[in-house]
Design a protein around this ligand. Structure first.
Ligand SMILES: NC(=O)c1ccc[n+]([C@@H]2O[C@H](COP(=O)([O-])OP(=O)(O)OC[C@H]3O[C@@H](n4cnc5c(N)ncnc54)[C@H](O)[C@@H]3O)[C@@H](O)[C@H]2O)c1
Length: 315
């Protein structure tokens, strides 16, 4: 199988690239390295530097026959989307409509898209099923909803599209320098520097944390199972921010009274949300395998060894 994997220099994309290569696929990573890093692109994958937010980017894509496009490239922070909503629409939405049309022209059969729980906006109750009316409250969510619509429209032309509404994905490889995306990675970054954890918003907010290997397993299955449509991709387990902090402190070996500062919330942040996952369970015969406790321990272990390596390098 030959796959065009966009965003493969980023957190989730690089994990997916590794998995696909291990399964024997040929992978071309397309990424503009805006938040991703070249060293994340696994050995064995080809790499093309391209900004998919630009219409002319398609001319840079090779005239080769791909079996599938897995489109993960995008601006991934809800908070940042308020800085420049048009840029978000270009990177997350328009890149998707353009790539879908390119896929149809190139007779590619399958298109998988990284959508987000942000398309739901504030929900009255959770777990939220895919049938709930989307009502994004960030430009990020709006741009992802545009991308989903583009996929649905393209599917009428025979492209098999799958949109994954991913919830809070975490795991090794997350960017610890980016304090605007990724709740677990942000809090861990403070802990690794022995600084007070800054929580933007209430600790009573509720999230659905899913470990990156479970996410990758779902993407991998969607390449081979003939399903299409929109699927929530979360653990199905609601966890409050307070509980996450308690578990993370424990995993990091910190005292339970470690300093935590509560700051104002960020624009467009969702209050409480968790995925209803019966649809994806059934369609992909998929099950989340990594508990939050286990996943946090893996992530802390990774973060600590990374910090130790950086210290060694800096003398
Ligand atoms: N991490 C999460 O919890 C989560 C949840 C829901 C959806 N998503 C979506 O999944 C995808 C991957 O997220 P991630 O956490 O790995 O983020 P990430 O920032 O680590 O990865 C995104 C990658 O896309 C690249 N990119 C950004 N704009 C681009 C452009 N215009 N052209 C080409 N490449 C571009 C970046 O350089 C980066 O390598 C994103 O689309 C994100 O919105 C992530």
């Amino acid at each position: 199988m030959k796959i065009l994997l966009t965003g493969g220099a980023g957190f989730i994309g690089s994990h997916l690239a590794k998995r696909l290569l291990a399964d024997g696929a040929e992978v071309l990573v397309a990424d503009d390295l805006s938040t991703g890093r070249l060293e994340n692109v696994p050995e064995g994958a080809r790499f093309l530097k391209v900004n998919l937010a630009r219409p002319e980017s398609l001319r840079q894509l090779p005239e080769e026959r791909f079996d599938a496009v897995t489109h993960l490239a995008g601006q991934s922070s809800g908070e940042k989307s308020f800085d420049d909503p048009d840029a978000d629409l270009a990177a997350n939405g328009q890149s998707t409509s353009r790539l879908c049309r390119w896929a149809i022209e190139h007779r590619i059969r399958t298109f998988l898209y990284a959508s987000s729980m942000s398309v739901y906006g504030q929900v009255a109750e959770y777990p939220v099923p895919e049938t709930a009316a989307p009502c994004p409250c960030s430009y990020y969510g709006a741009s992802k909803l545009y991308g989903e619509s583009a996929c649905r429209i393209a599917s009428a032309s025979g492209l098999r599209t799958v949109c994954f509404r991913m919830f809070n994905v975490y795991g090794p490889g997350q960017n610890l320098a980016n304090l605007k995306q990724g709740m677990v990675s942000i809090y861990l970054a403070y802990l690794l520097q022995d600084k007070p954890v800054l929580v933007k918003g209430s600790v009573e907010r509720v999230r659905d944390f899913i470990y990156v290997s479970d996410v990758v397993a779902a993407w991998q299955r969607a390449l081979v199972h003939p399903v299409q449509g929109v699927f929530n991709l979360g653990s199905g387990v609601p966890t409050s921010v307070a509980t996450l902090l308690r578990m993370l402190l424990q995993a990091a070996g910190k005292d339970s009274d470690y300093p935590v500062e509560i700051g104002p919330d960020t624009p467009g942040d969702q209050r409480a949300i968790c995925a209803e996952i019966s649809a994806i369970r059934k369609a992909l015969e998929w099950e989340p395998k990594v508990s939050l406790d286990q996943g946090l321990r893996e992530m802390v272990h990774w973060g600590k060894s990374r910090a130790a390596e950086a210290n060694r390098k800096n003398g």
